[in-house]
Design a protein around this ligand. Structure first.
Ligand SMILES: Cc1ncc(COP(=O)(O)O)c(C=O)c1O
Length: 343
């Protein structure tokens, strides 16, 4: 039985070109700044995002943890969406590593309005309260269904934050999905953040790695934090080589993942007892809500028939399309879901 693995876009395997580059790319000790492949990737990533500098990190989580650290000081507060990765899934890194409290703000589809930002600001003259130092945005927004922030909304939110003296971190784990889906230059999206993290290890297909981008000063601080967190690696060019190939060859093809996600979502929405908010299926994530079965039971029954997805709530399941998943796999996935739901 072949398995269709739609648990996450992190399950992608490196392309043959990536594997060759891993074997052949020139290497050095990156902690000494000597790895030419890492240095090249950092230059390419910074240029692509329109930032002064970039640093290569082992993961997106480390990128966000560092994003909190460089944009705040202990005892301060960072505003973030109540469904944001930085709030829900980073082991309270903001609190434990930076001594920073996250102020969760419930939003409609992950898009924070200027009014919501302004309402969440702490009064500066009240010493009982923490100082609001920064805000973090997530684009695409994972738990809101992979939605893309309309660029004007992101600009307005960023402008509202900055005009109130806040620094802006952008969790762009899937920023290239946002760029491809909306036809927006990634640098225009990145311009809305003072610091921006994006992942190479998701839809772009690399085995590991994320980039943290920003001003030369922010990236210098990020390097210190990376070292402190134990994330400075030696011949990291073995991985960085895949990042260079990803940025050259794997960005445009994300459109295929989006189209597969749409076919999957439309097919699922037709099945009895399945709700899918098709308006939110804008990129490679598909969330469904089930009337007749728990998500864990559905996940288990699908697994038995060769389809992997992930329960993200009692009745909510997430499927993620990615490199390696074909239109034929989507049809198989739909057949399996239908069988499970009609059994
Ligand atoms: C929106 C978002 N931010 C950050 C991350 C963290 O990335 P990593 O798994 O590389 O730590 C993820 C991973 O799923 C994510 O979805």
């Amino acid at each position: 039985m072949t398995t269709v693995d739609l648990r996450s876009d992190t399950v992608t395997m490196p392309t043959p070109e990536m594997r060759r580059a891993m074997a052949e790319t020139p290497l050095g000790d990156d902690v000494f700044g000597d790895d030419p492949t890492v240095n090249q990737l950092e230059e390419v990533a910074a240029a692509r995002l329109g930032k002064e500098a970039a640093v290569f990190l082992p993961s997106g989580t480390m990128g966000n943890v560092i994003g909190v650290a460089v944009n705040t000081s202990p005892g301060e507060e960072m505003i973030a969406d109540a469904e944001a990765h930085v709030f829900l899934y980073e082991g309270a890194g903001a609190a434990t590593i930076s001594g920073v409290q996250i102020r969760p703000v419930a939003t409609e589809a992950g898009v924070m309005t200027p009014a919501q930002i302004e309402a969440a600001l702490r009064p500066r003259d009240d010493f009982h309260q923490p100082i609001t130092a920064a805000v973090s945005f997530e684009d695409t927004h994972n738990r809101h269904g992979g939605v893309v922030w309309p660029l004007d909304d992101l600009r307005a939110a960023s402008q509202a934050a900055r005009s109130n003296g806040l620094r802006v971190h952008l969790d762009g784990a899937r920023i290239f999905n946002a760029s491809v889906a909306s036809g927006t230059d990634v640098a225009d999206i990145a311009a809305c953040g003072d610091t921006v993290t994006f992942c190479l290890s998701k839809g772009l297909g690399c085995p590991a790695g994320s980039m943290f981008c920003g001003s030369a000063e922010a990236v210098e601080q990020a390097r210190r934090w990376r070292k402190r967190l134990g994330g400075a690696m030696r011949q990291a060019g073995v991985i960085a080589a895949t990042g260079l190939i990803a940025l050259e060859t794997m960005v445009d093809r994300l459109a295929e993942d989006h189209s597969n996600a749409r076919t999957l979502a439309e097919g699922l929405a037709e099945l009895p007892g399945v709700h899918c908010d098709l308006a939110r299926v804008q990129t490679n994530l598909v969330f469904i809500d089930l009337d007749r079965m728990t998500a864990s039971r559905f996940e288990e029954e699908c697994r038995k028939l060769g389809l992997l997805g992930g329960a993200t709530g009692p009745h909510r399941v997430r499927f993620v399309t990615h490199y390696g998943i074909t239109a034929g796999d989507i049809q198989s996935a739909l057949r399996i879901c239908e069988d499970v739901l009609s059994a």
